[in-house]
Design a binder for this molecule. Structure first.
Ligand code: AMP
Length: 449
């Protein structure tokens, strides 16, 4: 498919796309848009970065324009459900740009913002509403809106909505929607519960799969660095210092730990923001905006930011702590190598995280090349085999790694920083082990997590 003509989209939408620099449909758009224009339900098995927002957004806007009517008060013509506030905001921004110059109005409701202001806006009726399930239910309970006239429904990142416990909300919302509607469900993975959800929501859907679910984007240069928990912060500082001016997303596991890490990195002279559940909506939006604009180069986040975030300039993803749900690794690293660019993902694996690493490798069905540090002796090999070396030298058992020894075995596939021989740290590309900005002090053991 050479361009967007011939997919059945409104000419206004097509000309908006050209203005946004989108000229050629991605595979999910080329396959999905004609089916959606024809009124079919759709099950999209697609990773983030595939262009799925436009795949559902463009046909919905086209069909709403064609219907040529205004929404009735307190009604919503199309409803899009997304798991996180950030994703909902991003979808709203994209759809607003696609609908530019048309009468279609897009509105977003998420938690953390005034429910009164949202209710007031809904009173006039909305063409396209993007919502997180929890806030939508609150609004429905207050009778701020009705879904009786909703003819289009999108469940985006549906597997994450299940992960974060929105299943009851989704079931309740489904009961309030008319039978006569067109439904689109997008999910990167297809666990059993997801199949059930898809069966109950979709009618004879077209199934579009653009990449195997649960597999990270091929373009991402992945590596694992074995490092003791207490040495992670200094190691991260070295990686960051090697790539000044490039955007890096750092994932921690807990809100508290992520906040602490972001403060520590700030003290060390990095320009850092953070996003996690303890931050207000305003703080989260500001942090994201500063990161997006490049004002802040490092964003430390919990899995709140693992999905859906689309910032093409993100060059590095650091899994400072490995996620305990292996699929989240796929989502986290999918924040880089977007929109045709390259990206790197480095996993920091402490002795206590070997089980998580194995789980991740099983999920992605391949071994992540070792780019630094030594794995403990006896670390079982994943079934897919391991391409890098370093799992057999100088290990310190389950509690901490030994300090000696660069990775052994074959040359790691990762082209980024190489570990220094002594301390399982990063050497700069020119062979100079000192980072451009050196941390002023070493972190206390474990405290940076
Ligand atoms: P998504 O998978 O919806 O999060 O989209 C990922 C990124 O791809 C966004 O930055 C979109 O603007 C971009 N994108 C979507 N469709 C296209 C297209 N046809 N050509 C180029 N980039 C696109």
């Amino acid at each position: 498919m050479e361009n967007f003509d011939g997919l059945g989209l409104s000419s206004l939408v097509t000309s908006n796309l050209a203005g946004l620099g989108l000229h050629k449909p991605t595979p999910i758009q080329a396959e999905g848009i004609p089916a959606l224009i024809a009124g079919r339900d759709l099950l999209g098995l697609a990773q983030t970065g595939t262009g799925k927002t436009a795949a559902f957004g463009l046909p919905i806007i086209t069909r709403l324009i064609e219907q040529n009517r205004r929404p009735n008060p307190k009604t919503v013509r199309a409803l899009i459900l997304a798991p996180t506030r950030e994703l909902a905001t991003q979808i709203a921004d994209n759809l607003t740009a696609y609908a530019q110059g048309s009468p279609i109005r897009v509105f977003r409701v998420v938690g953390g913002a005034s429910i009164f202001v949202q209710s007031e806006r809904l009173a006039r009726g909305v063409d396209v509403l993007i919502a997180t399930p929890g806030r939508l239910l609150d609004l429905l309970e207050r009778r701020a809106l009705s879904l009786a006239e909703t003819r289009f429904l999108v469940l985006d990142e549906a597997d994450q909505m299940l992960d974060i416990g929105f299943i009851h909300a989704l079931r309740r919302i489904a009961g309030l929607l008319p039978e006569q509607r067109q439904t689109m469900l997008f999910s990167a993975t297809m666990p059993k519960l997801m199949e059930e959800l898809a069966d109950s929501y979709l009618r004879n859907p077209v199934r579009v799969q653009v990449a195997p679910p649960g597999q990270p984007v091929e373009k991402i240069d992945q590596g694992v660095h074995f490092v003791n928990q207490g040495e992670k912060a200094a190691l991260l500082a070295e990686y960051l210092a090697k790539h000044p001016g490039e955007l890096a997303l750092v994932f921690g596991r807990t809100k508290h730990g992520s906040e602490k890490l972001s403060k520590l990195l700030t003290n060390w002279g990095f320009s850092v923001g953070s996003i996690h559940g303890n931050k207000s909506q305003g703080q989260r939006e500001r942090a994201l905006a500063s990161f997006r604009s490049g004002e802040v180069q490092v964003l430390v986040a919990t899995d709140v930011a693992a999905r859906g975030l689309d910032i093409p300039e993100v060059r590095h993803v650091y899994n400072y702590e490995l996620p305990n749900v292996p699929e989240n690794y796929v989502h986290r690293i999918g924040r880089t190598a977007r929109a045709g660019r390259s990206g790197r993902a480095v996993a920091f694996c402490a002795p206590g995280e070997l089980a998580e690493l194995r789980g991740i490798e099983k999920t992605i069905k391949k071994a992540i090349p070792v780019i630094g540090g030594d794995a403990p002796v006896g670390m079982p090999e994943p079934s897919a085999g391991r391409s890098g070396g370093g799992r057999n030298g100088g290990g310190g058992g389950g509690k901490s790694y030994g300090r000696g020894g660069a990775p052994k075995g074959g040359k790691p596939a990762f082209k980024g920083p190489k570990p220094a021989a002594k301390h399982a740290k990063v050497a700069s590309e020119g062979g100079n082990a000192r980072p451009a900005r050196r941390p002023s002090r070493r972190p206390k053991s474990e405290q940076a997590a």
